[in-house]
Design a protein around this ligand. Sequence first.
Ligand code: ADP
Ligand code: MG
Length: 333
Amino acid sequence: MSDTLLQLAHVSKHFRVRERGLGQRRTVQAVRNVSLEVEPGETVALVGESGSGKSTLGRVAIGLLTPTSGTVAFDGRALSSLPRPELRRLRRRMQPVFQDVEGSMNPRLTVGATVREGLLVHGLARGQAADARVTRLLTEVGLDPSYARRYPHELSGGQRQRVSLARALAVEPAFLMLDEPVSALDVSVRAQVLALLLELREARGLTYLLIAHDLALVRAIADRVAVMYLGELVELGSERAVYDDPRHPYTAALLSAIPVPDPRARSSRIVLPGEPPSAVAPPPGCPFHPRCFHPERGARCAAERPTLRLVAAGHLAACHFADAPMPTPPEVS
Ligand code: ADP
Ligand code: MG
């Protein structure tokens, strides 16, 4: 048995898509050769622009999607090798919480019924015992138990996210895959939901994979940060290492986009040219090279793919120049 709770080894996920009009089939390389381990009790934040493969990786990690290649192991057991009943039991321990969007909750079910559903499905409690569990869960996520009788449309976005958390916690998971859990919420509410996530992690000893597209929010809660670009992991390290000493120019660009409260303290913001390239045809060499601003970038970057390698203790980056700290970027806007 390993100490690692979640182990992704060389995971790739490709989608076959039919191109509009032409009827031609193409392959979207949503996730490419990602290896990542998450220790029990740890929070790993997965960050990157929209389309970088975060949600796909998150879904693969909890067995909602099957990887095209590579393996996913939870608690030392490979998901692909488990017989169905065991896989079901294991999947119960890994629960997703998604962004609060239209339709993430059944509009015809009361809050109580929504939270109770998992208890019934997994045969954990029924009748009055289930009611008592629902009451306890709603209290745990900071909602008055009377909310059990309400419907999703009667709630605010923050309240709905609390219900989503209660629903996920109902089945006693060890691991939560939180996919943009606060992105749809008002700024003032985001901090409250993040504080609740911290509280629940402490109280229940939970392990989180926290997906977010902006780095500003996750700093307070992440132990480690994994940065994705075009389906690949380009940097991985402790929260401190990645925020204070980013070694990949893409990470530096993401960090520079974080608003600073004091305008005089604002560091130069790096504006990346162009859109992220297509995941159908990732650029050869370093996938980031067409948008790169590193002063030392050159022909090598277009030709040779940098591997994700150790650049300091526990800190990995996939850039040919990652052994030295990032030079201060020249661009200012
Ligand atoms: P992120 O969560 O970082 O925004 P996604 O994992 O949702 O990224 O998407 C990564 C890439 O995979 C994108 O190019 C997206 O269009 C594509 N993709 C995601 N899911 C599917 C799917 N079911 N079928 C086809 N392409 C998909
Ligand atoms: Mg996503």
